[in-house]
Write a protein that binds this ligand. Structure first.
Ligand SMILES: [Zn+2]
Length: 260
């Protein structure tokens, strides 16, 4: 019963144009056609039971369409996250709507949404998410398609975690993409969730193993970032680390099961 905590999919008509555009921006090939059906086929192939879909509202007005689509596609195997834009005039109301709809949380992305993680204006959002017990899955570290400005680096993640200790924060890409020295120095060992997508391709196996073993085992989650990586390849990379079976089970399944 494997859960992939970081996937992307789009409504069918949008996938056809979003996937080529995103592939070009990031200069990276897509491994599915970007639809939910495409993701399910990839999951079947890799024997993945459940995937979390990380949608991103690139404008405040996209909130409702993403929420509606998320409710339409949710199932035993598909766990969609809503998305709130930082410029939304009523952040608290959006959190209330998501909670009422029964979704588990939101995905945010500081590059696509043009903000910095620890910005003061987001205090009402972080408070509301904490009170509602909703997950905040946020892109962390640099982004393959953007200049290297620190928008969600380990120092800002630590600040956020300390300011909002009750916030169910899930960092992506093993704490912060391509900022793993600072992850090791600042974040490893803290009770901060990390999903490990798009990191095992970049870290040496001994580096990845060292980080995994030094972090609290119940705060690690498997993720692929499909379609920007093949789910089966990510599983193979994870399995090739040779971690003990109990730890693998926690990362692939148990920790996600508790959070979702
Ligand atoms: Zn992603």
């Amino acid at each position: 019963m494997i859960t992939d905590f970081h996937c992307h999919a789009f409504p069918d008509p949008i996938a056809a144009r979003a996937i080529p555009a995103l592939a070009k921006e990031g200069n990276i090939p897509a491994r599915t056609n970007g639809t939910v059906a495409g993701l399910l086929a990839s999951m079947d192939q890799a024997h993945i039971a459940r995937s979390v879909i990380c949608s991103i509202a690139t404008r405040p007005s996209q909130f409702q369409a993403i929420l509606d689509w998320s409710l339409a596609i949710r199932s035993e195997r598909i766990v969609p996250l809503a998305s709130i834009h930082p410029d939304d005039p009523d952040l608290r109301e959006r959190v209330r709507q998501i909670k009422a709809a029964g979704l588990v949380g939101i995905k945010m992305h500081p590059y696509y949404q043009d903000y910095f993680l620890a910005e003061e204006r987001l205090t009402p959002l972080y408070q509301a998410l904490s009170e509602a017990g909703l997950l905040l899955v946020v892109h962390c570290g640099y982004d393959i398609a953007y200049p290297r400005i620190k928008r969600a680096d380990p120092a800002q993640i630590l600040t956020l975690h300390q300011r909002f200790p009750d916030l169910q924060l899930v960092t992506t890409h093993f704490g912060a993409w391509q900022d793993w020295e600072d992850v090791e120095e600042l974040l490893i060992g803290h009770k901060i969730y990390m999903e490990i997508s798009f990191s095992l391709q970049y870290l040496k196996p001994d580096e990845a193993t060292r980080l995994i073993k030094a972090h609290p085992a119940e705060y690690l989650l498997f993720g692929s970032d499909s379609p920007w990586a093949e789910q089966q390849d990510c599983l193979n990379q994870f399995n090739s680390l040779g971690l003990d079976a109990a730890l693998c089970r926690q990362i692939l399944h148990d920790n996600a099961e508790k959070l979702l």
